[in-house]
Design a protein around this ligand. Structure first.
Ligand code: NAD
Length: 485
């Protein structure tokens, strides 16, 4: 059978049409809907369907029914479908970028374009990956072969900070390994996911990719469901704990990508001036709403005063505004819940009297969820701004003089997602990196990701990994064959 001839090409989805969920190949609304807001204006962008429990069950049943047929296809056939999906996403790229800015807030000309481009690239590249069988023994007596078989139905739950990228990061590896999927995006940013679900229905066999929208209850229904074999979850550590508990009923496999409080350590002698734009982007990109944003910036005493002054000068030039404006550097906070958390954190910084050389006052009269870029000068290490994940454009810069002590401070957290070390002597910087408790430590570079590079958190930043061979394997069972000769 020639699979290519069966796969639709030149598909078109009307982005002006109503938002519908994808259930068993059908596009469906719901009896209840909820509003989705533009965080730059507060205006309602659209209504999204609020899936009923019956609809969630129907989507899981459809995924279960479709799974054997999907798994029965060759890797090449599944790959051809996923590559066609990447092409169709590419054909709708501009609409996806505009929608992302409209519902999420990130600047259209920079972060939103990067997110959608990167997501499509990821789908296309993951389609080319394979998990080959491995022969461990081949003696005169027997052979031992390890294979990877699909798990079945995967439940995927995503957050609101990178809804397109994080959604497609789950879909592509899930499908290439022979599983089917039910995905639930965040209620704050469901629209792009509903659209890329709609695009998928024109290409993939019915039931292979199902999307339901709704609030936290819909996520819980998926995590409790006995016909779901794995949960791939990205979100907060608090919700990750609930997902883990709910998944125990049928011992679901779980991959949890959770929160972070990433330290960056600038060692003595670092030529920091050329690094300032990179450090700015790494701390404040996506308005700090980034699991692996630099959230604590430790700078050696010998550099601290000059660094802080130069960093503040550079940062003061940046603009916070509507992401549709090409002059905007950083967009708004994505939702009023997170905006409220930041109001509270800013109030704490003010009440405690910490030095704030930039920003510090949120103008609540300004329409939209706008928060000024804020730098806090050397707050105490037990302050909330150091201990908590702010998830906003506010950064503590911290002075250190002793490398052993700064490593201890960097590790003194429940989180262990990412970290970075910056220094003139690569070996010394790597020796510091060796002692940092985190899933990824970058040295003299930051935020490099790759299809073949596993990514995940230590400690309470998560469980398991995404990406890389290891990430693909997490969508499979390991099956060992021993055959006597
Ligand atoms: P969140 O945990 O509030 O929500 C994430 C998703 O979980 C949403 O779709 C939500 O509806 C759903 N959900 C809520 N309660 C649930 C339940 N009981 N059962 C099942 N699903 C449920 O997180 P958020 O506020 O959307 O995202 C921000 C957090 O995500 C931050 O902590 C950030 O660090 C983290 N994050 C981590 C990564 C990573 O790769 N490690 C990437 C992005 C974001």
């Amino acid at each position: 059978m020639n699979i290519q001839s069966k796969i639709a090409s030149n598909v078109h989805v009307d982005f002006d049409g109503p938002y519908r969920m994808s259930v068993g190949g059908d596009l469906v609304g719901a009896d209840q809907t909820f509003d989705v807001y533009n965080p730059a204006t507060g205006a309602v962008v659209a209504n999204a369907p609020e899936a009923s429990r019956e609809q969630v069950d129907a989507a899981i049943a459809a995924a279960k029914a479709a799974q054997p047929g999907w798994a029965g296809l060759s890797w090449e056939a599944r790959s051809a479908y996923i590559a066609a999906y990447a092409d169709a996403l590419d054909a709708h790229k501009e609409e996806l970028i505009t929608l992302l800015t409209t519902e999420q807030g990130k600047p259209r000309h920079s972060m939103a374009t990067v997110e959608v481009d990167y997501a499509i690239y990821w789908v296309r590249e993951v389609a080319k990956r394979r998990l080959e069988d491995e022969v461990l023994e081949d003696t005169d007596e027997h052979t031992v072969r390890v294979a990877h078989t699909p798990l079945g139905v995967v439940g995927a739950i995503t957050p609101w900070n990178f809804p397109v990228l994080l959604g497609l990061w789950k879909i592509a590896p899930c499908l290439i390994t022979g599983n089917t999927i039910i995905m639930k995006p965040s209620p704050y940013t469901p629209l792009g996911t509903l659209r890329f679900g709609e695009i998928a229905q024109k290409i993939l066999p019915p039931g292979v990719l199902n999307i339901v929208s709704g609030g936290n209850a819909q996520g819980a229904w998926i995590t409790e469901h006995p016909d779901v074999s794995k949960i791939s979850f990205t979100g907060s550590t608090a919700t990750g704990r609930k997902v883990m508990a709910a998944s125990s009923g049928n011992l679901k496999r779980i991959t949890l990508e959770l929160g972070g409080n990433d330290p960056a350590i600038v060692l003595p002698g670092t030529d920091y001036k050329p690094l300032i734009p990179t450090l700015f982007d790494a701390a404040f990109g996506n308005s700090g709403q980034w699991c692996i944003a630099i959230k604590r910036l430790y700078v050696h005493d010998t550099l601290y005063d000059d660094f802080l002054s130069d960093f503040v000068d550079y940062t003061a030039e940046k603009t916070v505004g509507d992401g549709m404006d090409p002059n905007t550097d950083l967009g708004p906070i994505q939702n009023t819940m997170q905006y409220g958390k930041l109001l509270d954190l800013f109030a704490d910084v003010k009440a405690k009297g910490y030095a704030v050389p930039l920003g510090g006052e949120i103008d609540e009269a300004r329409p939209g969820n706008f928060v000024p870029i804020t730098i806090v000068d050397n707050p105490p290490k037990d302050s909330r701004i150091v201990r908590e994940e702010p998830f906003g454009p506010i950064l503590p810069v911290l002075r250190f003089s002793d490398v052993d002590a700064v490593i201890a401070d960097a590790n003194d957290t429940e989180f262990g997602l990412g970290a970075s070390v910056w220094g003139p002597d690569r070996e010394e910087a790597v020796s510091v990196a060796n002692r940092i408790e985190a899933g990824t430590v970058w040295v003299n570079e930051i935020h490099i990701h790759g299809i073949d590079i596993p990514f995940g958190g230590h400690k309470q930043s998560g469980m398991g990994v995404e990406n890389g061979k290891e990430g693909l394997q997490e969508f499979t069972n390991t099956k060992t064959y021993m055959v006597k000769k």
